[in-house]
Every structure is written in C-alpha cells, then in structure tokens.
Design a protein around this ligand. Sequence first.
Ligand code: ADP
Length: 347
Amino acid sequence: MFDNLSIKNLSAAITFICALVILALFSLFYFIYDSTIDLLPFLAGIVVSMAVLYFFILQLLEKYVYNKLRVIYKFIHNSKTKSSKKTILEDVVSIDDVNKDVLNWASETEKRIESLQTLAEYRKNFVGNVSHELKTPIFSLQGYLHTLLDGGIYDESINLKYINRAAENADRLQHIVEDLESIGEIESGIMELDIEKFDIYELIRDVFQDHKRMAEKQKIKLKLGTNGDFPLMVKGDIEAIRQVLNNLITNTLKYGNQEGTTVVSTFDLHKNILIEISDDGIGIEEKHLEHLFDRFYRVDRSRSRLKGGSGLGLSIVKHLVEAHDQTINVRSTLGEGSTFGFTLEKA
Ligand code: ADP
C-alpha cells in the first residue's frame, strides 16, 4: 500500500497521520472534560493547520531528502549508458522508483566491473601467450642464422639443413602472425560476414585440392563420406567456412596417422546441415576436450609446435562457426581418432 509513494503522497500521509492524532487527542479531551467548545471553527482551524503542515513537510522533504537524492541520482544517471531510459530525477515519481533505479545501477555497475576484470585478465594472458608463442621461433631462427654467420655457412654438412630450418621457423612466425590477425579481427568485431548461398560439396572438394600435397606427404587419404554428386546448398560466408574446413582438415593431417584416412561427411538436420570431419589419428584424451577450443590450448605442446601449430586454429574455427549462429562439437577417443562437427544453415 505504501510501496509507491511520491514525495507529495508522503507529505500528505504524514499530515493525515498528524491530523488523526490531533483529532484523537481532541476527542479524548472533549469527552473526558465534556467540553462545550464550538466544533466548526475548531475543525476549520485543524484543516488550515494541516494544509500549512502539509506544505511545511513537503518543503522539508524536498530540502533534506530529495535534494540530496537528486545529487546521487544525477551521478548515477551520468555514469549510466546512453541507452538508459530514465533521464532526470523529475521522471522519478517515488522513493520506490529511486530505490529500484539505484539497485539496477548497482547491479549494472557490478556486471561492468566484472567484465572489465575479465577483459584485463584476458589481455594479460593474451600478451603473455603471444610473446611466448613468438619467442620460440624467433630464438630458433636467431640460433640457426648466427651459427651460419659464425662459419656454419661454409660447413656443407649443416649449411643447407640450417637454412631450411631457419626458413621453417620464419614460416611458423608468419603462420602465428596470420592466426593472431584473424583472431584479432574476429574478436574486435571488425570482420563482417558476407552471407551467401553456396554448394558445400564444391567447397570441400576445393579444400581437399588445397591439401592434396600435404596429404600425399603424410600418405593420408582425403575422402568425401557422402555422395557429393548433387549440390548441397548452405548459407554462410564462404571464405570463413573455407577457413573452418582448412583448419579442421589441416589438423587431421597434422595429428592423423600415416596411411590413415580423413573423411568429411554431411548429415541432414532438418533446418541445418551437419558437417563432420573425422580422422583415424592419435585422438584426444577426454579431459582435454572441454578446453580444446580455448586460445593457445594444446594437448601436446611439443608435438603441436613441431607441426607448426599456433594453438589458435580451433579457437578461430569456433569463433567463425559461432559468428554464423551455429555450433561446433568434438568427440574423440585416444588412439582411435577424432571427429569435429559443425552445423550450417540449409539454403
Ligand atoms: P594447433 O595450431 O596447435 O594445431 P589448434 O587450435 O588447431 O592448435 O588445436 C589445438 C590442439 O588440439 C592441438 O594442439 C592438438 O593437440 C589438438 N588437436 C586438434 N585437432 C586434432 C585432431 N584432429 N586430432 C588430435 N588432436 C587434435
């Protein structure tokens, strides 16, 4: 009942209570002493006094309560986001509204502080991870080049080998920087998706073609698990999905077994198409699966580095799939192989 009192209601309520008390006291006095007082002027006097009291209380509340609230409220308003609907204190009709607004503001501020703390933590980790990732190939590159400069260039038993290794490390650096660029673009929201309709089989065949040499080197067969004779139209950013397939298929070659097989299959899920990329490679232990899509996460650091990985590939894949409002998942058995599946909207 008294939940949503405005300042005027509040003054009126206090005045009314005072009037009741005075009337009660007066009645008591009237009946006890059987007074012969003239009631009409008395009641008129009470009404006038109550009106004066009402304005007095109103001024008092304005001066000592609302003016101070106004300062607090103005501060809250100024620190609120522009999208906030409330503008100034005049919009607020009751103390209850102020209370709600202050509570909302407090919870918004708490959330903002939490997200800033997470961001600060992320930035700290990110910078640490990036410098760590760059350090390894830079040190190797430095080592090979200095050995060559210190005379190794004339030693035929090592010169070509070291030049090759230096080149490999330079390639790795380029790979890491490209991945960092991609993740930076995606996470800062600069990247805009260019959604179009395309045949997913054609894209898979294209990506197979790009990986043909690497697959032959590893003696791994690249197979389409479904009949791809007819187009299967999906909606998405073709270049983003090409990168998703690239990263997932490259991983099957990096972590697959020699003479193994990589199979890409599609499944009809009513409104979506599920695309699964399976290998019969080393597989992943279950405890790693929940972190697999985290930035810089690697199951086996030395093996991944050896294969030129930046630890960002799967994180980029996840970002790109989620930017399409779609999902990605993984199942894997250690020693048997892994299957990564993501969905795309049917066209
Ligand atoms: P990286 O650049 O190290 O390959 P990714 O983000 O692509 O980074 O993958 C993260 C980790 O997940 C890899 O280091 C690897 O240990 C594991 N991984 C990814 N794909 C596979 C796969 N098909 N089979 C086994 N392990 C995999």
